[in-house]
Write a protein that binds this ligand. Structure first.
Ligand code: PNS
Length: 175
């Protein structure tokens, strides 16, 4: 009996700035880890948008703590082109989360460019609707202006952010 093409174990790469990891990212990680054999969460060293608030070491450490219980996930970092990193890792797919239609507009050209450069396709997971408004930038802005973000980030991230805010306040108050 011909059972058709057999699924193969795939190595997926989920790239991002993770400055910092949000519950939206975390949800994508958990769901992607259950779809693919191996998931590499790849932290870009120098995000294009702006200099990161958290160092590479902090961003990786927060991620590692949050995914420690998921056996097929590992956290790495990369510099330069994602397509080059994907090829060097012999990855089969790139994973991205999509929150809203405007994400799709930029992600489509990025996915096509990454495929042209690496021959690797991007698989999109729709973000859980309860995180459709959550981004690292909005979380940082709200938190550092005194707002509540506990439901939006994993506990280890909240801890690091709280420590950072206390340090900033102490510095501002001459402490
Ligand atoms: O979390 P972010 O900031 O939305 O992640 C963006 C990221 C890291 C996925 C993207 O900026 C990226 O792939 N950077 C690597 C440089 C690169 O390959 N640029 C060309 C993309 S077609």
């Amino acid at each position: 009996m011909n059972n058709g093409p057999q699924p193969r174990l795939t190595r997926a790469i989920y790239p991002g700035s993770f400055d910092p990891l949000t519950n939206g990212h975390y949800d994508v990680i958990e769901r992607a880890a259950s779809c693919f054999g191996e998931l590499i969460v790849a932290v870009v060293v120098n995000p294009q948008k702006r200099s990161p608030m958290f160092s590479l070491e902090d961003r990786e450490a927060m991620l590692r703590e949050c995914v420690a219980h998921v056996p097929n996930v590992r956290v790495e970092h990369f510099r330069g082109l994602l397509a080059d990193y994907v090829k060097a890792q012999h990855a089969d797919v790139i994973v991205k989360g999509l929150r809203v239609v405007s994400d799709f507009e930029s992600e489509m050209s990025t996915a096509l460019m990454n495929r042209a450069l690496s021959d690797v396709d991007t698989f999109f997971l729709m973000s859980d609707q309860k995180y459709s408004f959550v981004s690292s930038s909005i979380v940082k802005e709200v938190f550092f202006l005194g707002g509540e973000v506990a439901p939006l980030v994993p506990e280890p991230v909240l801890r690091v952010m709280t420590a950072r805010r206390s340090k900033l306040h102490a510095r501002r108050n001459g402490g």
